[in-house]
Design a protein around this ligand. Structure first.
Ligand code: ATP
Length: 416
């Protein structure tokens, strides 16, 4: 029989990675059955407080004759590798008969965009009689089900290479330049490997997990080819996943906003951007349902220059997640720029020089020509911005955020 096996919440900030455990599980399942196609790494609501890092869950399709044996193998692996002693690690694994997967679509859509309870997962499991393994409070069942049910209309592949076990926890050895070479050769088919402007290799994580590097691209064959370019310590194994990375799948079209959700909304700037200690930039917009505070935090680097240049009256389309009643920007589109003016003393119609003040509330005068004027003049000044899309740089990009290089639109200002 064919089952979708979904797994989540096996790691902690101190170690492990659900993708790694899933790969180990696939290898064990291959010994008693067959694994079909690529595994899927599905990113869920990026604002969820329980997440370890990127809120990712994994699923794969397998042909299994003896389900009890598969359950036994899985339980053994989770007990051996999951970070069970960490209070925030609550693994869940589901075995969903292939034809039942569409019944999980709505749940999955919610897990990507909304906030769910463990009871929601347990109800779905009971209603559809889904075989499962629950460890501790079983919160991982939410992600496990969601990964199986996700309906993907847009996909990106991710090749993840894993470290030799004895290296895990030690600094990663790699040649930075080789990742820049790779980007030079394969961009945009492979993207977000490095951040040129901020000099960061995005493909190599800094966490104590088993991942050595991850390459993100449009085609599996190109990702495999790119493996010849990177120079790193030896890897133990690698695996290609189908993912919803870089798809904006978390974004809801709405003007009414709630914490822990991500939106795309059109609004008008009503409060000039201001900066606080630490380099975080804020401004305020008005939507059809009220005013909203927006932010571009310090890690968004050069994107803040775009935000700093906004003025009241600008019409903007915003993309980002809401937390603490503030929309944290992932990208924006300038729809319409307001006109910007400066006020200057008038020019003398005689000599063409700028007039001087004639005294308080006395207007303006030219001493030489004896001409007079009553008011300052308003002159339009050019804006430093132009309409179009702007995005945060790769080093500040979320897994789910669709980079502009993947968006077919005019007026893109791409940060590579
Ligand atoms: P990694 O990226 O390294 O795999 P992680 O960031 O995915 O780690 P997890 O350890 O999987 O973090 O923790 C996230 C937890 O939140 C899981 O238990 C998952 O089931 C749960 N979860 C995911 N999405 C939602 C949601 N929309 N509502 C409620 N809980 C969720």
């Amino acid at each position: 029989m064919r089952f979708w096996i979904g797994i989540d919440d096996t790691d902690s900030r101190k170690g492990m990675c659900t993708t790694y455990l899933a790969v180990l599980l696939m290898e064990e399942i291959k010994k008693i059955g067959k694994v079909i196609g690529f595994p899927r790494l599905i990113r869920l609501n990026p604002t969820i407080p329980f997440k370890t890092r990127g809120n990712g869950a994994v699923s794969f399709l397998a042909e299994i004759e003896d389900l009890d044996q598969a359950l036994e193998i899985t339980e053994r692996l989770v007990k051996k590798y999951a970070e069970l002693e960490d209070e925030n690690t609550n693994p869940g694994v589901v075995f969903v008969e292939e034809e039942k997967a569409p019944l999980l679509r709505e749940f999955s859509e919610k897990a990507i965009k909304d906030v769910l309870r463990i009871e929601d997962a347990l109800e779905l499991i009971e209603k559809n009689r889904i075989d499962h393994l629950k460890f501790k409070n079983g919160r991982g069942l939410i992600g496990a089900l969601a990964s199986v049910g996700a309906q993907l209309n847009d996909i990106v592949y991710e090749l993840i290479a894993y470290r030799m076990p004895e290296k895990i926890g030690k600094p990663r050895e790699y040649d930075k330049e080789s990742f820049y070479d790779l980007d030079f050769e394969f961009y945009p088919k492979i993207f977000d490997t490095v951040d040129w402007c901020n000099d960061v290799v995005m493909a190599v994580p800094g966490t104590p997990c088993p991942v050595l590097f991850g390459l993100r691209g449009e085609e599996p064959e190109i990702l495999k080819k790119a493996l010849n370019y990177v120079k790193t310590e030896p890897w133990e194994r690698w695996q290609i996943f189908i993912t919803n990375h870089a798809t904006d799948m978390h974004i809801i079209n709405s003007e009414k906003v709630e914490d822990f959700h991500s939106y795309r909304l059109i609004s008008r700037v009503v409060k000039k951007p201001y900066e606080i200690v630490g380099g975080h930039v804020f401004f305020e917009v008005k939507t059809n349902s009220g005013t909203l505070k927006c932010s571009a935090f310090e890690p968004t680097k050069q994107f803040r220059n775009i935000v700093r240049a906004l003025i009241p009256g600008d019409v903007v389309e915003l993309y980002g997640s809401v937390k603490n009643n503030t929309l944290n920007l992932e990208k924006l589109r300038i729809v319409e720029l307001a006109k910007k003016y400066v006020e200057l003393n008038p020019l003398c119609p005689g000599c063409g020089k700028r007039m001087e003040s004639a005294g308080k509330e006395q207007g303006f005068r030219c001493r030489n020509c004896k001409t007079k004027a009553t008011e300052k003049i308003k002159i339009e000044v050019p804006r430093r911005l132009e309409p179009g899309f702007y995005e945060v740089p790769p080093c500040a990009r979320r897994h789910l955020t669709k980079p502009l290089i993947r968006i077919n639109a005019s007026g893109r200002h791409i940060f590579r």
